[in-house]
Design a protein around this ligand. Structure first.
Ligand SMILES: Cc1cc2nc3c(=O)[nH]c(=O)nc-3n(C[C@H](O)[C@H](O)[C@H](O)COP(=O)(O)O)c2cc1C
Length: 325
């Protein structure tokens, strides 16, 4: 399959693995890139420029294919050293940066000068258009279904993607709810140039997370996610658990007077406990509704090959058969 996304990033298949906190390590990014997609290391999980440089070097040893680094700008208590982290990405010879959470404009000149392609993740058409205007090479359009931060507009991908296709000139991938060949063919039909997957890539052999996390995704249905932090306008879609129930009760109890400090125990610093130690009730962790479509944890190579082969079959057999009937 050749799309504007495969051409832009020099990859074989139009499949991207979105940055994921405490999941997007070199092992997963390299596996996705080796399978012909675009793997992405999560910059802020590493935290310091030294650790990020080490992770990029590890990934370079595991693959000779292009891979990217995610840089997320979200409200945090202690802002990371962004200038040094971006310089580390440039020095590491990385060719793609995925930005998310806020406008990346101030970083574009240094990234462009280094020949780096920038894909910005957005949850609305207006933000996608802004990304195009400031010079991003592509966007990742995240629908309401997505794991992580879906924004505050609540527009699902069946509306958001064709709206993006109508307005954008730059290539874009569909993100949120993407799991299989059906998602890929649907996304291409709606005008996207490929797909970005988060939750689906966690349930793979190479994702370096605790087995409990993979089993939680496999065991979950499409009814098992919840939206938290909505009153703070920092909405996150997470898998339901006892910590999330506690958090939602707190939100209900405090209403408009809720502050971040009221829920800090359920959201701050919980990722290592969940992803690495497998303490599944340690706090709220991002997960997409797409968990309802995931019932195995294959290798990344098997997953990507399956998506591509089944997409060919859907187009050549099912769709062509319907058209020619
Ligand atoms: C566990 C987890 C952690 C995530 N962490 C980040 C992150 O640090 N930065 C970011 O831009 N997106 C993050 N995301 C969002 C993903 O990159 C991707 O956009 C999203 O998962 C797509 O929706 P899906 O899960 O339905 O595939 C995370 C998603 C998950 C499931």
């Amino acid at each position: 399959m050749k799309t504007r996304i495969t051409q832009l990033f020099g990859i074989e298949h139009p499949i991207i693995q979105g940055g994921m906190h405490f999941v997007g390590y070199a092992e997963l990014a390299a596996a996705v890139s080796n399978a012909g997609g675009l793997g992405i290391i999560t910059g802020l999980t590493q935290g310091t420029p030294e650790k990020l440089a080490n992770e990029i070097a590890r990934c370079n040893k595991m693959t000779d294919k292009p891979f990217g680094v995610n840089m997320t700008f979200l409200p945090t208590l202690a802002p990371p050293d962004y200038p040094a982290l971006f310089q580390t990405i440039i020095d590491g010879g990385v060719t793609v940066v995925e930005t998310a959470g806020n406008n990346p404009q101030q970083w574009l000149p240094m990234l462009k000068e280094a020949g780096i392609r920038v894909i910005h993740k957005c949850t609305s058409v207006r933000h996608a258009l802004k990304a195009e205007k400031i010079g991003c090479d592509a966007v990742s359009v995240d629908g309401f279904e997505c794991g992580g931060h879906p924004g505050e507009d609540d527009i699902p991908n069946f509306i958001l993607l064709p709206r993006a296709a109508d307005e954008l000139s730059i290539p874009f991938v569909a993100s949120g709810g993407m799991a299989d060949a059906r998602s890929l063919v649907a996304a291409l039909s709606l005008g996207a140039d490929g797909i970005n997957m988060g939750t689906r890539f966690i349930a793979t052999e190479e994702a370096p997370v605790h087995e409990n996390v993979k089993q939680a995704i496999i065991g979950a249905s499409e009814l098992d996610t919840r939206l938290v932090m909505r009153p703070l306008r920092n909405t996150e879609r997470v898998l339901n658990n006892v910590a999330v129930t506690r958090l939602l009760e707190k939100e209900k109890e405090l209403g408009d007077s809720l502050e971040f400090k009221d829920i800090i125990h359920e959201v701050a610093g919980v990722y290592p406990k969940i992803m690495l130690d497998g303490e599944m009730d340690a706090g709220a962790w991002s997960c997409g509704m797409v968990a309802g479509l995931i019932d195995d944890a294959p290798s990344v190579a098997v997953l990507v090959a399956r998506i591509m082969a089944e997409a060919d079959a859907i187009i050549a057999d099912r769709l062509t058969g319907i058209v020619n009937a």
